[in-house]
Design a protein around this ligand. Structure first.
Ligand SMILES: [Cu+2]
Length: 94
């Protein structure tokens, strides 16, 4: 079914495949900077397997603004991240 294939490709391109992604592993990291205005966190993270990313320090946006208030600079966290609307986003912190 050619038409179905095109629709599936379009859905994947829009990132709709995220909904069926398997449960994510938490990754360890340390918050090194907090940008309250832009709702961004800089995190020194270990290997992010879900995003095929080696350990590094980088800026993330947060899925919910309240996450910004839940952390402090220097805090060790475990978090999940995903690519949402093209931006690497922290989706959960514990
Ligand atoms: Cu990274």
């Amino acid at each position: 079914m050619k038409k179905t294939g095109i629709l599936l490709a379009a859905a994947a391109a829009l990132g709709l495949g995220v909904a069926v992604a398997p449960a994510q592993e938490y990754t360890s990291g340390e918050v090194t900077k907090i940008d309250e205005k832009q709702k961004k966190l800089t995190i020194r993270h270990e290997e992010l397997k879900s995003l095929d990313m080696p350990a590094m320090t980088m800026v993330f946006v947060v899925a919910e603004d309240s996450m910004i208030d839940e952390v402090e600079v220097g805090q060790k966290i475990e978090f999940t991240a995903d690519r949402i609307n093209g931006r690497i986003t922290v989706t959960d912190i514990r």
